[in-house]
Design a protein around this ligand. Structure first.
Ligand code: FAD
Ligand code: SF4
Length: 350
């Protein structure tokens, strides 16, 4: 009887890996440091997901229920791994709750950390109450409260969404594109217009990357049906005149300075490496890539392998990923880990 496979992190990637393993009869121990399963879309209260349009609580909640109802998966919440030793087929993990787990293989699905906008102080977050993040707007919508200015609860008449906050920004050491925020922002802009038809919504962008099939559904639809306005700009600062927030910058198409007043400014925050990654790297003795994400050993022969045989990785732990791709990677990692559990493969990149 093979030992269980340890899955660390119960977001979309970890839930999909656990379900895939359980569906072929493999025992799984699913561990998450949060007090609930579901990962960031549940913990951060996302609203309707792109591109499915499903509420996160239903889409990811369904994945949680499927795993919870499966006798092959044992979930342990409010816990993490503190010690790890052994070899493929025979690892031992010590949890923060004191429990020891024998595991044949491990899949790290530990995800990402939201960029903290206070690291971009010139754009007003932390200084002005009505400068918020996309996660805050997601929560306003998913809670049913609706989009309101935090300072006084009024309905905003003018909203600016600033893209690439904490992404594609070499000055603050974040060179990567976070992949999802253009599409998420176009979607939020449409949701705001739907709830508040008198509200003007502007999206400030460097480039628009609603890639693939999302281009017409989000970029074009938001303009043509919902009259969202796009401004290609370099933003200098977000200030206040005491009544309105003022977004100052340069319109890079016409090469002219622009200063526009708003009631609410939304930072489309990026996906940072998980703040735990240094610790995870030390505990599991695995390498990180140069930006701080968990390094994949190889792209073509074994996508899920890390630098340590028998330890695999999936989802946003490897870098910015969408939910769909995180789910697919979770399934891929499950197959690789299963091969180790069955004693067929011990070399990570075979
Ligand atoms: C504002 C915003 C909106 C988004 N909206 C969408 C969308 O609509 N559609 C879409 O496809 N994508 C969206 N995304 C991206 C989406 O959040 C990710 O694709 C997805 O969460 C990645 O899943 P994951 O399982 O890899 O990681 P996560 O969802 O981050 O889950 C990781 C899990 O690991 C746990 N964990 C972390 N560290 C440890 C540790 N040391 N020990 C134990 N447990 C740990 C965490 O508690 C968490 O439960 C959005 C991202 C942002 C920033
Ligand atoms: S997806 Fe769009 S907003 Fe997000 S980092 Fe890439 S270009 Fe910027």
């Amino acid at each position: 009887m093979p030992k269980p496979i340890l899955v660390l992190g119960a977001g979309p990637a970890g839930l999909s890996a656990s379900h895939a393993l359980a569906s072929v009869g493999q025992q799984v121990v699913l561990v998450d440091k949060a007090d609930r399963l579901g990962g960031t879309p549940i913990l951060s209260g996302y609203a309707k997901l792109v591109p499915s349009g499903m509420w996160a609580k239903d889409a990811i909640g369904g994945m949680v229920d499927r795993v919870k109802g499966d006798g092959a998966v044992r979930s342990v919440t409010s816990a993490t791994v503190q010690g790890f030793s052994g070899a493929p087929g025979s690892f031992s993990a010590k949890l923060s709750n004191g429990e020891a787990i024998d595991a044949a293989a491990v899949i790290l699905c530990t995800g990402f950390t939201h960029f903290d906008s206070v690291n971009k102080p010139e754009w007003g977050f932390g200084t002005f109450e009505d400068v918020v993040t996309t996660t805050q707007v997601e929560q306003m919508i998913s809670s049913g409260q609706g989009v309101r200015c935090p300072s006084d609860g009024r309905k905003p008449k003018r909203v600016a969404i600033l893209l690439c906050v904490g992404s594609r920004d070499r000055q603050i050491g974040r060179e990567w594109c976070s992949k999802i925020c253009c599409t998420v922002s176009s979607n939020l802009a449409m949701e705001i217009r739907e709830e508040l038809p008198d509200c003007h919504v502007y999206i400030y962008y460097m480039d628009i990357r609603t890639y693939g099939l999302n281009e017409d559904l989000y970029y074009w639809r938001s303009q043509e049906e919902f009259k969202v306005k796009y401004i290609k700009a370099r933003i200098a600062e977000v200030t206040s005149n005491g009544e309105k927030l003022i977004v100052k910058g340069e319109d890079t198409l016409v090469k002219r300075p622009i200063t526009i007043p708003f009631d609410m400014v939304v930072h489309a925050i990026g996906m940072d490496p998980n703040v735990d990654n240094m610790l995870i790297s030390a505990i599991f003795n695995i390498e990180l890539e140069k930006h701080g994400h968990i390094k994949r050993l190889d792209t073509y022969s074994s996508m899920a392998a890390t630098s340590r045989p028998g330890v695999f990785v999936a989802g946003a732990a490897t870098g910015p990923e969408t939910i769909d791709d995180s789910i697919a990677q979770g399934q891929g990692a499950a197959l690789a880990a299963l091969a180790v559990a069955n004693g067929n493969r011990v070399q990570a990149a075979e």
